[in-house]
Design a binder for this molecule. Sequence first.
Ligand SMILES: Cc1cc2nc3c(=O)[nH]c(=O)nc-3n(C[C@H](O)[C@H](O)[C@H](O)COP(=O)(O)OP(=O)(O)OC[C@H]3O[C@@H](n4cnc5c(N)ncnc54)[C@H](O)[C@@H]3O)c2cc1C
Length: 803
Amino acid sequence: MKSHAKVVVIGGGVVGASVLYHLTKAGWKDVLLIERAELTSGSTWHAAGGMHTVNGDPNVAKLQQYTIELYKEIEAVSGQSCGVHITGGLMLAGTRERLDWLKMAKARGRYLGMDLEIISVDEAAKLFPLMEKKHFTGAMYDPIEGHVDPYGVTHAYAKSAQIGGAEIVRHTRVTDLKPRPDGSWDVITDHGNVQAEHVVNAAGLWAREVGRMVGIELPILAMEHQYLITGDMPELVGKPEQLHAIDFEGEIYIRQERGGMLMGTYERAGVAWSPVTTPWDFGQDLLANDLERIAPSLEVGFAHFPSLERAGIRKVVNGPFTFAPDGNPLIGPIKGLKNFWVACGVMAGFSQGGGVGLALSRWMVDGDPGADVWGMDVARYGDWTTLAYTNAKVRENYSRRFSIRFPNEELPAARPLRTTPIYERLAAEHAVFGDYCGLEHALWFAPTEAEAVDQVSFRRSNAHPHIARECTTVRDHVGLLEISNYGKFDVQGPAAAEWLSKIMANRIPSVGRIALSPMLNDRGKLIGDFTLCRIAADHFFLVGTYAAETYYLRWFERHLPPTGVWVRPCAMQYVGLSVAGPKSRALLQSLVRDDLTTGSFPFMSFKRMEVGMIPAYVGRVSFTGELGYEMWVTTEYQRALYDLLVRAGLEHGLRSFGGRALNALRIEKSFGTWAREYRPIYGPFEAGLGRFVDLKKGDFIGRAAAAEEKDSGGALRLVGFKVDATDADAIGDEPIWHEGKVVGWVTSGTFGHRVGASLALGYVPGAVAAAESGFEIEIIGERHRATRLAVPPYDAGGALMRG
Ligand SMILES: Cc1cc2nc3c(=O)[nH]c(=O)nc-3n(C[C@H](O)[C@H](O)[C@H](O)COP(=O)(O)OP(=O)(O)OC[C@H]3O[C@@H](n4cnc5c(N)ncnc54)[C@H](O)[C@@H]3O)c2cc1C
C-alpha cells in the first residue's frame, strides 16, 4: 500500500467504489480505496439490486436518473457487466389517496423529463398478470425501472476507477484516523499507515464507527431487511421478464428472479440491527430469518399475487443496511473537520450510488457539488440527532417506506424532544404542533382540544377554517407568533462588518438597522437568505433558517479570517415572539418606553428595548407583510414575555397564529423562503431578490456571477400565480403548464385567506415569465387555470408593513 494519497476512500461497497470512480473521472488520479475484506463486504453483496427513478425530492430523483443512465458507461469503460435488466415498473395503488399520490408523482416527473404514465387496473394487469385486480384502483407505469447485479455494479465502478488511475487495497482495515496540523490525515490501518489529503467515509454498515474515529456521531442506523425468492413458477415460463412492482398496501416490492419471483418487505415491525456498534467481524454474512415478523406483509402479498404463494418460498435473505432519519443519504464535508467527507446512509445504493459519487466528487474537486443536494447534505442534521433519536426516527421511516406522507402530516416518533418555555402555554391554546429539527412549534390553533388534530389530506383539511381565522386576525387586529424556530447567529468583532460584507450580497446595515441579504456561493447561486440586524459597529444578530444552521456554519467556517470575527450560533439560547397586524404597534407601545412611531422606529429598525421588565432585541419587521415586530429574548424570559403580550393584547384582539398561517401570509406577499424558493439552483435575480444584491458595494462571494445574471436576466424567473382551484391548493413540486407544455414547477402554494384565492409561487423560464395568459397548474392530476400575478396579491406596494 502506498504511504501518501490525495484521497483515501474508506469502504469498497457500491458507494465507495462509485466515489472512487467519479474522483478519477473528475481528474484526481492519486486516489486509494481501502477495503477491510473483499469489495461488497457490507450491505452491498446481498442487495436485491432494484433501481428506480421516482423519489419524493426532485433533486434526488435527478441523481437517481443519472445513476441508472451511468451503468452503460461503466460497463463500457470496465468491460464488466452490471447485469442490467430494465424491465419497467408498476407502482400499484389500492386506495384513492395512493392514486392521488401517484398522480402527483407523475406530475412531478413531467418537469424532470420522466416518462411516467397513470394506467387503469386492467392495463396494469395486462403488463403484470400476476396481480389480483380486485385489490387495486390504478397504477403508475415507469419504463425506466429494473434491477442490476450488485457485485457487477461495484466491480464495474472499481475497475473503471482503476483504469482511471485509482488504487484499491483489499483485506486492510482502517482502525483510526488522526488529523495533521496541515489539514491532512493519517489513516491508520492494520497493514500500515497512509497520509491522505482528504478522507471519505464510505464505510456503509460501519460508517458510524468510522465517524467515531474522528469524534462525530453520524445519524445512521442499520435495519434488518428481508426478501424471499419463490420456487420456479409455471406462469413465468416462456414469458418475457416480469416487471418490477411496488404494492403500497402490502409494503412490498416484487420482481422476477430467474424462474421465480423475489418479494421484499418494509414491514411495520422493523428491527434495528447493531443499534450501538457494528461488529467488525460481520462480513458477507446473513442474519437469521424471521418470517413471523414479515407475516402480515406476506399475507397481503400472497393475497394480491396468489401465484407467489402457490410457488412456495425457496430462499429467504435477511441482511442489514443503513438509513438516515429521513431515509436520504448523508453526503458532504463535516463542519469542524478539514478535508473529511462522508458518503453514507445510502439506503438505495443501486438507484443513488452514481449520483452520490458524482455530487461528492464534484464537491471535493470543484468546491461545490454542482447540483442541489440539500436533501442529502449531512449538514441538515445537528445536535438533536442523538443515537436514540436516530433509532426512533429510522425505525419509523423504515416502517413507512411505502406509506403516503401527506403534506399536512406530522410523524410521531421521537416527540416531543425539544420544546421552548411556552410549549405548555401554546398547548393550552390547543396548538397543533409540528416537528422541525426535533423542535416542537405551533402549526395552527384549534378552538377545542378535541379538534386539535390534523386530518391528513392532499386537499384542504380540517385546519383550513382555523387558519383562515388566524390570517384574518393578523389582517384586522394583531396576531402572536412564536419565531424561535429560526437560526440565529451572534457575530462580533472588529472585522465583523467587513467579513459579512464579503459573504453577504447586500450592503451591511448601519447601527440600529436591518438589511435582508442573500448569501451566494462562488457560482452566484443562493445558499442562504438572512436578516442582518446591526446592534453596534462591531456586533450583529443574524436570523436565517434553523434547519440550515450547520450548513451555514460550515460555509462561515470556510470563509472566516483567522482573527477579528467571532460567530456564535445561538440555537435556542435566543428564542422569539412576533406580533403582527394593524394593532401590533399599539399593543407593543403599551409595554415599552421607546417611541414606536414610524418617525422614531421605522420599518427595518432594530433596537434593544425593555418590554415590560424583559430585556429584548426588537426589530420592526414581519414576514406576514403587516405592520409587525419581532422580539428576541434569552430563553428564561420567553414565558414572561408571552404572558405579558397575551395580557396586554386582550384589548387589541390578539390571538395566536401558527406556522401554517404564516406560510399563507408570506405567499400572499410573494415572499420566498429557504429550501423552497431559495435553493442553490437559483440565482438571486431569478428568485426576485435582485434588489437585495448590491453590486456597487465592492467585492463579495458570487459577485461576478450575480453581475452576469443581472445582465442576462438569468434562465428562470420566480413568478406568483392565482390558481382557479376549488378544494385542493398547490403545495410545491406541481408542474406549471404554459400553452399546453410543462414549462416550470411550483415551489410553494396555499390558500391566501386575506385575498380569498388559491395561490402559488414557482419558477418558469424567463422567456415565458412575462406571458399574460395561458398558464395552468396541475394539482392532483387536474390542470387548473392560473393567472400570472405581476405584483404580490396582498398590499403590493408594502404600505401596510412600512406604515
Ligand atoms: C436485503 C437487502 C436488500 C436490498 N435491496 C436493495 C435494492 O433492491 N436496491 C438498492 O438500491 N439497494 C438495496 N439494498 C441497499 C443497498 O445494499 C445499500 O444501499 C448499499 O449496499 C450501500 O452501500 P455502501 O457502499 O454504502 O455500504 P456497504 O455495502 O456496507 O459497504 C461498506 C464497505 O466498507 C467496508 N468498510 C467498512 N469499514 C471499513 C474500515 N474501517 N476499513 C476498511 N473498509 C471498511 C466494508 O467492508 C464494506 O465493504 C438492500 C440491502 C439489503 C440488506
